[in-house]
Ligand binder design. Structure first.
Ligand SMILES: NC(=O)c1ccc[n+]([C@@H]2O[C@H](COP(=O)([O-])OP(=O)(O)OC[C@H]3O[C@@H](n4cnc5c(N)ncnc54)[C@H](O)[C@@H]3O)[C@@H](O)[C@H]2O)c1
Length: 276
């Protein structure tokens, strides 16, 4: 897949899953890539694969919750490559637990990584993206940024917030006449380590949940997801739904309005009885 020749793309959370696949696909498409993660081992593996493709790559440990570090990182990327065209705010974590039994700190942690990480990345890079004359902000929300399910209040909050933030930003860039496109990504179930890496409230059967996630809730591979996302970026889509599950469930939500809540509760209870 060509199409990003000469572009400089930044991918957070590039040490695993969707972020790793995105970084590799971008490299194959001709982009120079700045990759980061807190998982330096996973990051090194991604770096190796990009080097094997022959694309220019800069790899750094970066925690997306650390705002100052993010701003310094943005400057360093521009200094290294001379410009930056795209940022994929992809890093994220999952958490499972009902509101009633979830400590504040766990909700805050999910908001810190999944929402504030996206805000930090967007704001740190926005001036550089505008200056590039051809910028694109790509923020990863979720299907859970379109509807809520029990046990996911923290994650739902962060992903709905990413959607609100990103949809406003797209309109702002257009209104201001800035050369920056903006896309929100809503993946359905993607076969990654996210559930295995997740944390949960006390009493949640995380192992059982991970098994259900891996075997019944995920159909799309990270590689397929990356191709769908980059296709949407090329076409400057406002919203990219990733996977057949995402497309079908989005339609159900739009058709039923708030009625989806009772419908989905029945399904969730059957599929993941120990989720909450
Ligand atoms: N897998 C799915 O089914 C799915 C569905 C919808 C949305 N998403 C979203 O896609 C994105 C990528 O997730 P994935 O499925 O590839 O998961 P993953 O666990 O395979 O990869 C996430 C990466 O983010 C990194 N990360 C976590 N916290 C970080 C931090 N504070 N700073 C920097 N890096 C950090 C992890 O180390 C990991 O390498 C996330 O935002 C996730 O919420 C995933």
């Amino acid at each position: 897949m060509e199409g990003f020749a000469g572009k400089v793309a930044v991918v957070t959370g590039a040490g695993s899953g969707i972020g790793q696949a995105l970084a590799i696909e971008l490299a194959k498409s001709g982009a120079s890539v700045a990759i980061s993660d807190v998982d330096t081992e996973g990051l090194a593996a991604t770096e190796e694969r990009i080097k094997a493709i022959g694309a220019p790559v800069k790899a750094d440990r970066l925690d997306v919750t650390e705002r100052e570090a993010f701003e310094l990182y943005a400057d360093a990327v521009v200094e290294h490559f001379g410009k930056v065209n795209q940022i994929y705010n992809n890093a994220g974590i999952a958490y499972v637990g009902d509101v009633e039994v979830t400590p504040y700190k766990d909700i805050e942690r999910v908001m810190d990584v999944d929402f504030w990480g996206v805000v930090n990345g967007t704001k740190s890079f926005l001036p550089h993206l505008i200056a590039s004359g051809d910028g694109h902000v790509v923020n990863v929300s979720s299907l859970f940024g379109i509807f809520s399910v029990p046990g996911q209040a923290a994650y739902n909050s962060a992903k709905f917030a990413v959607r609100g933030f990103t949809e406003a930003l797209r309109q702002e860039m257009q209104a201001a006449g800035h050369p920056v496109k903006v896309t929100t990504i809503h993946p359905g179930g993607i076969k990654t380590a996210i559930m295995r890496n997740s944390t949960a409230a006390e009493g949640v059967d995380r192992e059982g949940l991970t098994k259900t996630f891996d075997t019944r809730l995920t159909r799309t591979t990270p590689e397929q997801a990356a191709k769908i996302i980059l296709d949407g970026v090329r076409k400057n889509r406002a919203r990219v739904l990733v996977g057949a599950d995402a497309k079908v469930l989005d339609v159900i939500v739009r058709l039923t309005g708030s009625g989806y809540q009772s419908l989905f509760l029945t399904v969730v209870k059957r599929l993941v009885p120990n989720a909450h």
